[in-house]
Write a protein that binds this ligand. Structure first.
Ligand SMILES: Cc1ncc(COP(=O)(O)OP(=O)(O)O)c(N)n1
Ligand SMILES: Cc1nc(C(=O)O)sc1CCOP(=O)(O)O
Ligand SMILES: [Mg+2]
Length: 230
């Protein structure tokens, strides 16, 4: 039996997949997501920096309808795309924004607190420095549901990633906030246990699943490492 998820509003961040269309290749993003879902991912963020708004909307719609509520589905950066997908009836729950995207307070105003299907509208925010953490803490309660904290290690997936924190640096951030913290950047299965013990609410990966020859097995390794860690 799995340990209970560190969650609120049913938000389960433990094994968090961020998609990369190029790394998914000919398999297609939706099929890689379905394999990862079978392996145990709990949250999926659709991220494609190269896609047009129209193409990203189609991708989000396809992924959300494939997942069909079995995991939380979020959209990277594009609040407009999230709103359009939700308005079209796709089961999509929220957005993840960074320090250069729309401010979190504006995002919350745009997306509201609850989706039409009754699920919490999730807003995730990237924050890894003391100043970014202080700014997140200054927001009204309920603005942000979780923080994305990275980079844990250098990664070629996001060449402009923030300075690497290491597991100890991640622990310092997670220990300085009551917001759930998702570790991201260079995360592989061997790091999941140390990150959970460092206070992570979840571990987010791109290449560990999207570039894997067997995304279901890769996701199962990550989910298993989370459950094995105390
Ligand atoms: C879970 C999670 N954490 C951090 C990020 C990075 O977001 P951001 O800083 O906006 O950078 P881009 O992903 O937009 O390049 C994330 N996407 N997800
Ligand atoms: C999307 C993203 N955000 C990061 C951050 O540090 O904020 S690192 C990153 C990419 C993570 O890719 P991979 O799992 O392949 O290392
Ligand atoms: Mg962003």
């Amino acid at each position: 039996m799995s340990a209970p998820a560190p969650s609120q509003f049913g938000l389960d961040l433990r094994t968090y997949l961020v998609t990369d269309t190029a790394l998914c290749g000919d398999r297609g993003v939706a099929d890689v997501v379905l394999a990862a879902l079978a392996g145990g991912v709990t949250t999926v963020q659709v991220r494609d920096k190269a896609a047009s708004g129209r193409d990203l909307l189609a991708l989000v719609d396809a992924v959300a309808r494939a997942v069909a509520g079995r995991a939380t589905v979020l959209v990277d950066d594009r609040v407009d795309v999230f709103l359009a997908a939700r308005a079209a009836g796709a089961p999509v729950q929220g957005v993840h924004v960074g320090q250069r995207d729309l401010p979190a307070a504006a995002v919350r105003q745009l997306v509201g607190p609850v989706n039409p299907d009754g699920t919490r509208t999730v807003v995730g925010l990237s924050a890894s420095t003391a100043a970014e953490l202080a700014a997140a803490h200054a927001l009204p309660a309920g603005t942000v549901d979780y923080l994305g904290v990275g980079a844990v290690r250098p990664t070629t997936t996001k060449p402009d990633h923030p300075a690497p924190l290491g597991v100890d640096g991640f622990a310092a951030v997670a220990g300085a906030t009551t917001l759930p913290c998702v570790a991201i950047g260079g995360v592989t299965a061997d790091l999941v246990g140390p990150l959970r013990r460092a206070g992570a609410a979840g571990a987010a990966v791109v290449s560990a699943v999207c570039a894997a020859s067997d995304p279901a097995a890769a996701a199962a390794d990550l989910a298993g490492a989370w459950e094995a860690a105390r």
